[in-house]
Ligand binder design. Structure first.
Ligand code: HEC
Length: 153
């Protein structure tokens, strides 16, 4: 399957998750789902970051694979920070997400925009470094503003 098809399929899944939430709003499941996505995306990005820093040997095939996965996953969390998903399970999500949703959305879109460049950049260690640097800033920017240090209920 081409990556564009995969992204489309995954976006369709995310849209499905939203309408499912409207039918059966179980905040706990949605919160755990968004945390799972963040964790898998974080693990893939962490491998790329290690390669970019020289902490792990650069491997083109592994890098391209991790980049595609990270980019695909980056498209998913938006609806999982929607109305009513501020509580229901232990979460590090800051309540500011729900008081300034437009700014949060902009921070998410910034990261998604940088992520789009990652799959092409991952094929070469120099371009990978640049892409990882820009994405890392976008992750950190949002975490600084919208992620708490400790879980809350
Ligand atoms: C638009 C905001 C935003 C962006 C951008 C963002 N995150 Fe997050 N991230 C969050 C929030 C909020 C949580 C907490 C979610 C929860 O606990 O419900 C989180 C949680 C996580 C976690 C789970 C670990 C933990 O216990 O906190 C990891 C790993 C993670 N993010 C990695 C990343 C990486 C890597 C990127 C960049 C590629 C990224 N995030 C970009 C907002 C963001």
């Amino acid at each position: 399957m081409k990556l564009s098809h995969l992204v489309f399929a995954v976006s369709a899944l995310a849209a499905g998750a939203t309408s499912y939430a409207q039918q059966a709003p179980k905040a706990e499941d949605q919160i755990r789902y968004r945390q799972s996505i963040m964790n898998v995306m974080g693990r893939q990005f962490g491998m790329l970051s290690a390669m970019a820093k020289g902490d792990a040997p650069y491997n083109k095939d592994a890098a391209v694979k991790a980049a595609a996965l990270a980019e695909t996953l980056s498209a998913l969390p938006g609806p999982l920070f929607g109305p009513g998903l501020d509580k229901g399970a232990p979460t590090k999500a800051g309540t500011k997400i729900w008081s300034e949703p437009d700014k949060f959305k902009a921070a998410l879109e910034k990261m998604q925009g940088e992520m789009k460049k990652l799959p092409a950049a991952a094929g070469d260690v120099a371009t990978l470094k640049t892409a990882v640097g820009e994405i890392g800033k976008a992750c950190k920017g949002c975490h600084d503003d919208y992620r708490e240090k400790e879980f809350r209920n």
